[in-house]
Ligand binder design. Structure first.
Ligand code: GCU
Length: 589
């Protein structure tokens, strides 16, 4: 047998292919649903790997012999990696890592004791941007693509009693075929930036448990999906309602419907109930609010009452933490929205952290959640579609029981082409098939030929999102007057973006761009028109905070988008904040 050629890897450019078959998606995802977990957050070793040397040379196979005893030279040494705390984005950890776009290897050890025969050990990763490959004790377990959704890997057969080595390669390269593609108006953070944990589950466990208030608001349907095709019985309990139900399970699935006698959830009264699902040895508990949401004519109705959605868009972006979202940051964001007199947020342009919807449930806010089908996606690429639909299904699986989430957004500002129509109408159908209880929308562009709110995708949507910037990108507001008068959308329109840049502290009279004064006047002119338009069911100002983006490099911007109502310090308010609050207060349904 030919001796191992130490240079063989230099001639193999197909080195990534062996891992593609192991990518997992929504079908493998196991929501935590309040189960106890063993956290793997904390110290990991991080080694940057710009040229994918780790896959080429199979760093994950190396043993942990001390350097003084190496028989061959190496290019990778766990202990030489930087000690970093997970979750984090490498871009904000070291100045020289700010713009790093490539692969990076996270390594840590975990002491584990396997449980009784049949017990499953599930590794849950909250999100890794953009793709991740996971290795346990030198074996490839599986991977994931999609930078903002959770994924799970069954590592039962890879973990051993005692000390185990966990290695995760994360790679954040931008690409024309990804979702989003390589041209975006936000910062391309990279890393393991949400929680990581191990979870022990019985041999048969609950993969999905949903509690859904049916239209009309008088009946609630509980549905349970198990991890296998068992015929058994599950149990649902809501102690505060004295409700205790058996759910017959056939081929691993079952549902039961019963009258709902509780208090409805709404932003003014965000009533949550402890709902416990159990089956065999597995039990989960979720705090769930019960509400209905529907589109009727050009109105959106919450619990059968017309509602106007008044709010802002937000990115996951922080001066110190990058894309890492803390509970304190989310609560601060929601308090700012409530100070605006808002009841609504658009979580642009990708799935935000799982705790965002949980806290919104608690604080009484309504959310538009979306996947990053943003701008010029490769709409003719089947792989790109599979990635987009998987991210959508993972988002829905994760947030299915969150009352605050009222709409799934399937894209943003995409040119109206045949390929885009096929791609996004298919996503809209996938959203409805996966979750018939929520609205489906997309942030659309106006039809420039007819100068109207028209988009071939609209017939596949419950709500039309409209991004318009008359008074900013288009100098005056006459275009908005023309557009609103010209349009007859026949379904609710949410202005999913409208805004103007202002550098905090920069002042001026009249239309002086990038002044706080013009940003404030922009909103006076915009909201006066939008609030007087019956088919405008909501407004999401673009946006709450200034945020990092490499596309913006004038003296006013210096790598930031300045359309925030508050500066990037998330404290300094601009004039427009109070002006918009006043306009929202005057806007009556
Ligand atoms: C677009 C886009 C946003 C972008 C905004 C802007 O509408 O959807 O992501 O940041 O405009 O130009 O500020």
């Amino acid at each position: 047998m030919a001796a191992e050629d130490p240079f063989q890897h230099l001639h193999d450019e197909d080195y990534a292919r062996p891992y593609l078959a192991g990518l997992v998606g929504a079908e493998a995802y196991v929501p935590i649903h309040g189960r106890p977990v063993f956290s793997l957050d904390g110290d990991w070793r991080l080694t940057l790997d710009l040229f994918d040397e780790g896959l080429r040379q199979k760093w994950f196979l190396l043993d942990e012999t001390p350097p003084s005893q190496w028989s061959h030279p190496r290019d990778y040494e766990i202990e030489a990696g930087e000690l970093v705390s997970v979750p984090s984005c490498w871009n904000v950890l070291k100045p020289e890592w700010t713009y790093f776009e490539g692969a990076a290897w996270y390594t840590r050890h975990v002491d584990w004791q396997r449980g009784p025969a049949g017990e499953r050990s599930i590794l849950n990763i909250g999100a890794a941007n953009y793709s991740a490959l996971v290795f346990v004790n030198g074996s490839y377990v599986g991977g994931h693509r999609g930078g903002s959704t959770p994924f799970s890997l069954d590592v039962t057969d890879n973990l051993r009693d005692g000390r185990n080595r966990l290695q995760i390669m994360v790679e954040n390269r931008r690409s024309p075929n990804r979702v989003p593609m390589q041209h975006i108006d936000w910062f391309n953070y990279g890393g393991l930036y949400r929680d990581i944990s191990l979870m022990r589950l019985p041999a048969v466990f609950i993969r999905q448990a949903q509690a859904m208030l049916l239209p009309g608001g008088r009946e609630v349907r509980f549905s349970v999906v198990l991890s296998d095709a068992s015929n058994t019985t599950a149990q649902v309990d809501i102690p505060e309602l004295g409700l205790s139900l058996s759910v017959p399970i056939r081929n691993g699935k079952g549902e039961v419907t019963t009258p709902f006698a509780g208090q409805l959830w709404s932003p003014d009264a965000p009533r949550l109930y402890d709902v416990q699902f159990s089956c065999g040895a597995d039990r989960i508990s979720e705090r769930i609010g019960f509400r209905t949401i529907e589109a009727r004519g050009t109105d959106i109705l919450l619990n059968g009452e017309t509602i106007r959605l008044k709010g802002v868009c937000v990115h996951e972006d922080d001066l110190a933490l990058g894309k890492v979202s803390t509970e304190a940051d989310v609560r601060r964001r929601f308090h700012h929205v409530k100070e605006l007199g808002g009841n609504f947020l658009r979580l642009s342009h990708y799935p935000h952290h799982e705790h965002v919807a949980r806290i919104a449930d608690e604080m009484g806010l309504l959310l538009w959640a979306e996947i990053p089908v943003y701008w010029a996606i490769a709409f003719d690429n089947p792989e790109t579609y599979a990635d987009a639909e998987n991210q959508l299904r993972e988002l829905i699986a994760r947030d299915i029981n969150r009352a605050s989430v009222i709409l799934w957004g399937v894209g943003n500002e995409n040119a109206d082409t045949d390929a885009r129509l096929a791609f996004m109408s298919r996503l809209a159908q996938a959203a409805r098939r996966t979750d018939p209880t929520r609205l489906v929308g997309a942030a659309c562009l106006i039809n420039r030929e007819t100068f109207a709110i028209e988009d071939r995708l609209a017939e596949h949507l419950d709500v039309i999102g409209l991004n318009e910037y008359f008074g900013w990108y288009e100098p005056d507001f006459s275009g908005l007057d023309r557009l609103l008068a010209n349009s007859n959308p026949g379904k609710p329109v949410i202005v999913s973006e409208t805004g103007a840049d202002a550098l905090s502290g920069h002042r001026g009279a009249g239309r002086v761009l990038f002044t706080e004064d013009w940003q404030a006047e922009f909103y006076r002119q915009q909201v006066r028109r939008l609030a007087a338009t019956p088919y405008v069911a909501g407004i999401a100002a673009w946006l709450l905070y200034d945020f990092r983006t490499e596309r913006r490099q004038t003296g006013f911007q210096k790598g930031f988008n300045r359309k925030g109502l508050i500066a990037e310090d998330k404290t300094t308010r601009k004039l427009a904040f109070a002006v918009l609050a006043g306009l929202f207060a005057e806007w009556r349904t």
